[in-house]
Design a protein around this ligand. Structure first.
Ligand code: DGJ
Length: 726
């Protein structure tokens, strides 16, 4: 619900459990007055002190009143260069070279439904769920108008924000920074939780107390990155999984991002998030509009589990799209870790044959099927089938796979080119390179300039041809390097600051076309594992390969960290061979299955290499997944413990919305002599019901508070509890 009160000039947004308020003050400045637990209506600006603070200057409207400064007022969208010395939301260079933007309220409107953003991913309304608030601000000097957009999804406690900046003057303006959200909090203490990590160690939660200064999570790699994720939580120091205030912010964007939390001189807190200003500037000519990507905000006053669950539901139902968003995904087998580049059609078919016999439903052929792609030195960009490996092309192979009763899927990496490729020899200028510089390679490849229409057309034409050339049911869209040497030959020098963003828009444009033209194809995102796992990509690819690290024990951490924002239905997870290619660890097949089952579930090995005993376990895993996928996909998710801490086990649970069914899974930690016994206290069950757990009946309250003692097990063993209300 969005309400405007014309007596006190407040605009208040109520979701089911939260309230958010802004106020137009007497000078036309849009103040931010509240974001927290749901409260009744009112004017919540009384905490804002009007005091004469040293070195906090006054805008002209304040006249001789030294108690009013933009530096001390909480702002809904902070300006720059006019006395607010905290993080600005917007910066722009005018024709005269000045940087200042000073915004004042013009008007607002409230409407049913959800706004849309041209060319950018965003949450959407399934019908009657959302409201939109638009607030127009203006800088009279630069003639920039800033439209703040708010989408309100009350049921999920989700508020989205986006920003459209228009040049309503006659001179061009260069935007240097346009943040997507800015939220000011009154004095208090906070922790930030960000998702850090590395290649193979994606999304490790990092929790830090805020001290005076700025805490940053960012990517300047051109994609959202393995190293930091475009997601931040602010919480009270005492917030746990089950209690306490927390605010989550996710950027619906897949390129460079900046998320900053500033703890100020007065122990107030400002959070901003948006496109990273690094190498960013956008030339806005008279009459043009720039749209900043969407940021999604969720508040919970009952701890981190609830915060995550609200994101999960909204991402699954209101961000992911298409027929696969909520459907059971085919159980696939991927040949990458089984063969790397060394395969031909017979090898693929031999993997598929074995897999089809145990119930696997789709064969995915990974990197190496096109051009001269026999290693990672060459071939990227040439999307014609390597007939030496695959005689008869994709259609012949797809037919052989389909004859086994399986679907067929394919790996692509359309954004890249190897110098040793026909494409590069023909169009060396299509790769990012700065004239006069040698340039940098990564995995021996260069990045195609997707800001150029002819490049996007080439990619789309090739993808269309490939996807229409055979029965293809799935695509793994990979992206295996960070962007460097970002320079487009198609843009003038004063627009080079647009290239990073135009690249991301280019990726989205191609993915949108595929989404429209091939709605039956399930697309899985990937970037060397989880290097582009973000809300932007999830709008086009309802699942993303979580990590190249398929060690089940390391995956516990990766999937745990990922779960703070993203639902299990989005996490690409496979059972792979042991010893694991990255860690050399040997984990029992059962455990590997249990961990993969907490994601999209599939296999990444050659089942021909399994012992008879192991092979016999695979149909059981598949049957278990099929029985429980709905619970895993649509149930409420609980983290039971923290896999980064030394403990007898780490676990997680999926509970059906009506609390009648649940699945609890645990994996034991590193083995010790004289081990400590683990007790599993469950979550999310109804304390007043009785439940049958693997055949024995317990009270829900007993399961929640007394728990079940786990047997003493070897390290890295998994135990699952199927729970049904009786
Ligand atoms: C990186 C991906 O994450 C892997 O799964 C695999 O597809 C390789 N690229 C292929 O080059």
């Amino acid at each position: 619900m969005i309400c405007y009160n014309n007596t006190n000039n407040t605009i208040t947004i109520h979701t089911k459990n939260s309230t958010y308020q802004m106020k137009i003050d007497s000078k036309g400045v849009l103040l931010h007055t509240y974001y927290g637990p749901r409260v009744r209506s009112g004017d919540f600006s009384n905490w804002i002190l009007q005091e004469d603070r040293g070195f906090s200057p006054q805008p002209s409207e304040a006249g001789l009143d030294r108690t009013y400064s933009l530096d001390t007022q909480p702002q809904e969208y902070s300006s720059s260069g006019v006395g607010d010395f905290r993080i600005p939301s917007i910066e722009a260079t005018s024709l005269d070279g000045s940087y200042t933007v000073d915004l004042r309220y013009v008007s607002h409107s409230i409407e049913d439904g959800k706004y849309t953003l041209d060319g950018l991913p965003s949450f959407y309304d399934n019908g009657g769920e959302w409201e939109t608030l638009r607030v127009l601000l203006k800088d009279t000097c630069t003639n920039l108008t800033v439209e703040l957009l708010y989408g309100v999804f009350a049921e999920c406690d989700l508020i989205t924000r986006a920003v459209k900046v228009s040049n309503s003057g006659t001179n061009p303006v260069s935007l240097e920074r346009v943040m997507s959200t800015c939220v000011d909090f009154p004095s208090g203490t906070f922790h930030t939780i960000t998702l850090g990590g590395a290649y193979g160690r994606e999304r490790e939660p990092v929790r830090m107390p805020l001290t005076q200064g700025i805490h940053t999570a960012q990517s300047i790699r051109g994609s959202s990155s393995h190293q930091q994720n475009p997601f931040t939580i602010l919480c009270s120091p005492d917030t746990t999984e089950d209690s306490g205030d927390c605010w989550g912010f996710a950027l619906v964007y897949s390129g460079n991002f900046l998320a900053q939390t500033e703890y100020t001189q007065f122990h107030e807190t400002r959070f901003v998030m948006g496109i990273h200003p690094f190498h960013f500037s956008w030339k806005l000519k008279a009459g043009e509009t720039f749209c900043a990507p969407e940021a999604a905000m969720v508040f919970s006053n009952s701890g981190l589990s609830t915060l995550s669950q609200r994101f999960h539901k909204a991402i699954r139902l209101n961000l992911c799209r298409g027929q696969w968003k909520d459907a059971r995904r085919p159980i696939l087998i991927n040949n990458w870790e089984a063969t790397y580049f060394a395969f031909d059609a017979d090898k693929i078919v031999s993997i598929a044959e074995k897999a089809s016999k145990v119930g696997v439903e789709m064969m995915v052929m990974d990197d190496g099927w096109f051009g001269e792609r026999n290693d990672d030195f060459r071939g990227l960009g040439d999307w014609d089938v390597n007939e030496k490996k695959l005689p008869g092309g994709l259609s012949a192979l797809a037919e052989r796979i389909e004859a086994l009763g399986m679907k067929f899927g394919l790996w692509v990496e359309p954004e890249m080119v190897n110098e040793d490729s026909k494409l590069y020899r023909l169009h060396p200028d299509w790769a990012f390179k700065i004239p006069g510089r040698e340039g940098t390679r990564s995995r021996h490849q260069l990045v195609l300039d997707l800001s150029r229409k002819e490049v996007r057309d080439y990619i789309l034409t090739n993808l269309r041809n490939t996807l229409s050339s055979a029965h293809i049911s799935y695509v793994k869209w990979d992206m295996n390097r960070s962007l460097t040497d970002v320079f487009s030959l198609s843009l003038p020098s004063d627009q080079q600051g647009e290239v990073y963003h135009r690249y991301v828009l280019g990726v989205y444009e191609i993915l949108e076309a595929l989404h429209q033209e091939f709605p039956h194809i399930l697309i899985e995102g990937c970037s060397g594992g989880g290097g582009r796992f973000d809300c932007g990509m999830l709008h086009y690819t309802p699942q993303i390969w979580c990590s190249d690290n398929t060690d089940a024990i390391e995956r516990l951490r990766i999937q745990y960290g990922t779960s703070f924002c993203y639902p299990c239905s989005t996490m690409g997870a496979h059972v792979s061979a042991v010893p694991n290619g990255m860690t050399r660890r040997c984990v029992p097949l059962h455990t590997r299955g249990v961990v993969a089952e907490a994601g999209t579930f599939g296999y990444e090995l050659d089942l021909n290499e399994l012992s008879e005993e192991e092979l016999a376990e695979v149909p059981q895993q598949i049957a278990h997944f099929k029985k429980n996928w709905e619970l895993v996909t649509k149930g409420t998710y609980y983290r039971l413990g923290n896999p980064f801490e030394e403990a007898p086990f780490y676990g997680w649970m999926h509970v059906s919305e009506d609390q009648t069914r649940a699945l609890a899974s645990v994996v034991t930690g590193v083995g010790h002599a004289n081990p400590i016994r683990g007790i599993l206290r469950m979550k999310g069950l109804d304390p007043n019901r009785d439940y049958k757990v693997n055949g024995t009946v317990y009270g829900g309250d007993v399961l929640l508070h007394v728990g079940i003692s786990l047997p003493i097990l070897d390290e890295y063993r998994a135990v699952q509890f199927e729970i049904e209300a009786v």
